[in-house]
Write a new protein. Structure first.
Length: 341
């Protein structure tokens, strides 16, 4: 099995190619003149000097759609970046997915301090992981804190999960095998998704007939308790008016009037002995300058104390995303999802 680093050149070329041909328009409706495409007859023209070769079956490819809208708000359209490996081309050139057994899906939540995300940052890596594991991956955009305050971001990620369940058959995805993975604020939201399955407090109007539960959660260095964050060394003053935590809840985490908002965005609030959470993989660098390592410690302890399945790795010498996306770490993530999806 190739390392995802070995596929970087292929992925970069692929992304450039899809950008040039306008992949965002790949699913636009096309009007055909044949009611039955099988009635189309192959050309018999043969000008003098023409050479002929027999065609072969197309190689499978990675389908990529960067422009799926899963929810519409007054001032914001929420998108998904969808990656489906082992896709094929039909007679009309459209992507087809149903020639293989249904595949698991990983929802990936790109961290951004709950501000505007760069959804393209991890796409080459995610494409390589999809190619290696045979799993579909959907990178989720959420409303940033400059557009909407908490719990809008959590509500959006849950809405995206329901959207993918509603469209699972279209993309040959198994709706019963969905995991979630995120880093930083994305890790925080992934943890919240894992412990708040079908919680009515976080519903949007979209695809209400479908569940937002997941089967496995991977959290990379995500915040947990905004108050506890202020008690450990960090290069960020997490109670300052310009801090990500202040911006996402709309006030200081230390202010009494914001206690309910802080609690609602703390995954530990929902960890309970009476209900099982999906398996968790938590990974955090011990040299993280932004989100104190203790944030993962307290989440791990809460899950462990309630007899939930959780694996916790300290990544020695790793910072906040720095020295983190390495073959050793990514292989652990792939192993985790392969074991639970």
């Amino acid at each position: 099995m190739k390392s995802y680093f070995d596929l970087r050149c292929f992925v970069a070329t692929f992304l450039l190619f899809t950008a040039l041909i306008g992949s965002a328009k790949s699913e636009e409706a096309v009007s055909f003149t044949f009611s039955n495409i099988d009635d189309f007859n192959a050309s018999t023209e043969a000008p003098t000097g023409m050479l002929t070769i027999n065609s072969e079956d197309d190689s499978e490819f990675i389908y990529y759609n960067a422009n799926l809208i899963y929810a519409e708000y007054e001032s914001f359209s929420a998108h998904l970046r969808l990656i489906i490996p082992n896709s094929s081309k039909g007679k009309t050139g459209q992507a087809e997915f149903s020639h293989r057994q249904k595949m698991p899906l990983i929802m990936f939540v790109q961290g951004s301090a709950w501000l505007a995300q760069n959804l393209d940052e991890r796409i080459p890596m995610l494409m390589a992981i999809a190619q290696e594991t045979g799993m579909a991956i959907a990178s989720v955009q959420y409303r940033p804190s400059t557009v909407a305050k908490s719990p809008a971001q959590l509500m959006d990620v849950k809405s995206a999960i329901r959207y993918m369940r509603a469209n699972a058959a279209k993309y040959n995805i198994d709706p019963n095998r969905i995991g979630i993975w995120g880093d930083s604020s994305g890790g925080h939201l992934s943890s919240l998704v894992g412990v708040t399955a079908n919680n009515e407090d976080f519903l949007t109007k979209d695809n209400l007939g479908f569940s937002d539960h997941v089967n496995a959660v991977a959290n990379f260095y995500g915040p947990t308790d905004f108050v506890e964050m202020t008690k450990y060394p960090s290069i960020v003053d997490h109670s300052n008016s310009r801090s990500p935590e202040f911006l996402v809840i709309g006030g200081s985490p230390l202010a009494g009037e914001n206690a309910a908002k802080v609690s609602a965005y703390n995954p530990i609030t929902y960890v309970d002995k009476s209900k099982k959470t999906p398996p968790f993989l938590i990974m955090h660098g011990d040299a993280d300058l932004f989100v104190p390592f203790n944030q993962s410690v307290i989440l791990y302890n809460a899950l462990k104390a309630t007899k939930n399945q959780v694996t916790f790795y300290k990544v020695k010498g790793a910072g906040h995303g720095q020295r983190f996306y390495t073959p050793k770490v990514i292989n652990l993530v792939k192993k985790f999802f392969n074991g639970h999806l």
